[in-house]
Design a binder for this molecule. Structure first.
Ligand SMILES: Cc1cc2nc3c(=O)[nH]c(=O)nc-3n(C[C@H](O)[C@H](O)[C@H](O)COP(=O)(O)OP(=O)(O)OC[C@H]3O[C@@H](n4cnc5c(N)ncnc54)[C@H](O)[C@@H]3O)c2cc1C
Length: 423
């Protein structure tokens, strides 16, 4: 595979680096644009963050991670050994510049801009998934499930009401749930709860890994190629093409798109670009036979975890651990998740030795927005990464907007907040 040209039979060629949910959606959009597409990943498709997420399309999460409220609560959450926030000391020195930018993102003007740009993605997220999946015959992966956000403490009723009023300003509909509603809707959990909000228009997927497998199969059916190979560099060529150098050789394409999730930063460096991308590590437990203990996906406002009944079982996800790319998972985080899950659903305690454990890297920028853009000097090279906690939710809409940027087309939303050069 030495310096081959990938275009053939008059079709332009496109390379996509990273076969997570962002890379797969971007690759399918490239096929729709008439490209012969080659997907690269150093591991089988969908084994990064896209493997083990909660499978919830969290369109109501319209606030960036950095808000005055999260900054105020952060020290308490960090110091709590059972809390949802972790900053491993070994990674802390490398994290300081990112943290400073994160704090700056909570300033009123920056916050308002990020909120607007997040809403623009989330508002069209489910319709974009339908646009992507319908022509492939895959809409059965989307489930209009509803979602409940719950509180255990009676003292937090006002907090829930204020949150519902806030969401209503953005047309996000919620219904109040009292204890009796919760016991009826979720018999295994309701007795532990005080009140909640139900989101009747919320969606989830059947199973995140099944979805990426189905996208990959559709990509192959449309003539896509997959190379299981680590990409070392993507470089512009003198004649407006892009060379992809992988551990197995080099190939030249008309277009190349970097969708390498939390690992994207190192691929931007040789292109003269720098982005403050961090790996925000999250953990999951999957209780294989316990899917039926919950009827709805749920989020605990106080414990800050999400549980979703998926095809593979009941999935519990949580933790925001700013731990970089090289540290191994910390086993004690699984114990913390088990403790919280069993407090909400006591029957899970008996199954805690048989659950699957996993840790993944969310790609997170300080302003909580992704990069959806093309290179300012080499427009044949594009970028789609950085969707933090919302990469599954936003993958389809992000891939549509990326292609607007690549083709220099007018997008339906303002693309300035997603620029690669914004930092
Ligand atoms: C615990 C947890 C729960 C979550 N829950 C949700 C949820 O419910 N809803 C939601 O919307 N989002 C959720 N997320 C976030 C979501 O999973 C991510 O934002 C999304 O999967 C990111 O997709 P991606 O394609 O950008 O990255 P990834 O899925 O990580 O894919 C990147 C790929 O690039 C490959 N790669 C990297 N570097 C190279 C290289 N040099 N050469 C070749 N290949 C390379 C990697 O191997 C990887 O396969 C969750 C995340 C976690 C960790």
């Amino acid at each position: 595979m030495k310096n081959r040209h990938a275009s053939s039979k008059g079709m332009p060629a496109c390379a996509v680096i990273g076969a997570g949910v962002l890379g797969l959606c971007s690759a399918i959009q490239a096929q729709r644009k008439g490209y012969r597409v080659t997907l690269y990943d150093r591991q089988p498709p969908g084994k990064g963050a896209s493997y083990g997420n909660a499978g919830y399309l969290a369109c109501e999460l319209i606030d960036p991670l950095a808000t005055p409220e999260t900054l105020r609560q952060a020290p308490k959450l960090w110091l709590d050994p059972d809390g949802p926030l972790a900053l491993p000391l070994r990674h802390l020195p490398a994290l300081v510049p990112w943290l400073l930018r994160f704090v700056a993102s909570a300033r009123p003007k920056a916050l308002a801009e990020s909120q607007k740009a997040l809403r623009a993605l989330n508002e069209d997220a489910v319709p974009a998934w339908t646009r992507l999946l319908e022509p492939l015959g895959l809409t059965q992966h989307l489930v209009k499930s509803g979602y409940m956000l719950v509180w255990e403490s009676d003292a937090k009723q006002e907090q829930a009401k204020t949150h519902a009023d806030y969401l209503a300003r953005f047309n996000i509909q919620t219904q109040w749930l009292d204890k009796a509603d919760l016991v009826t809707m979720e018999p295994e959990m309701g007795a532990q709860l005080s009140h909640g909000l139900f989101f009747p228009n919320a969606w989830r997927v059947q199973e995140p890994y099944m979805l990426v497998e189905a996208l990959y199969a559709a990509f192959l059916r449309e003539g896509g190629r997959f190379f299981e190979s680590a990409v070392e560099k993507v470089l512009p060529t003198g004649n407006g093409q892009a060379e992809v150098r992988s551990e197995d050789g080099s190939e030249v394409f008309d277009r190349a798109i970097i969708c390498a999730g939390a690992w994207s930063r190192s691929l931007l460096k040789p292109l003269g670009l720098s982005v403050p991308l961090e790996a925000e590590r999250g953990y999951h437990l999957t209780y294989p036979e316990q899917k039926a203990v919950l009827n709805y996906p749920m989020g605990s406002a106080e414990r800050r975890l999400v549980m979703t009944p998926l095809a593979s079982g009941l999935r519990v996800v949580g933790m925001s651990e700013l731990g970089g790319l090289s540290l191994s998972p910390f086993k004690r985080r699984y114990e913390v998740l088990k403790k919280h899950a069993s407090a909400l659903i006591p029957s899970l305690k008996a199954h805690s030795e048989r659950c699957e454990t996993w840790m993944g890297h969310r790609p997170t920028l300080p302003d909580s927005l992704p990069v959806l853009d093309r290179h300012p000097e080499h427009p044949q090279i594009g970028f789609a990464f950085g969707n933090q906690h919302l990469g599954l939710t936003q993958a389809a809409i992000s891939s549509e907007l990326l292609w607007c940027a690549l083709d220099g087309e007018k997008a339906p939303v303002d693309m300035a907040p997603y620029r690669v050069t914004r930092f």
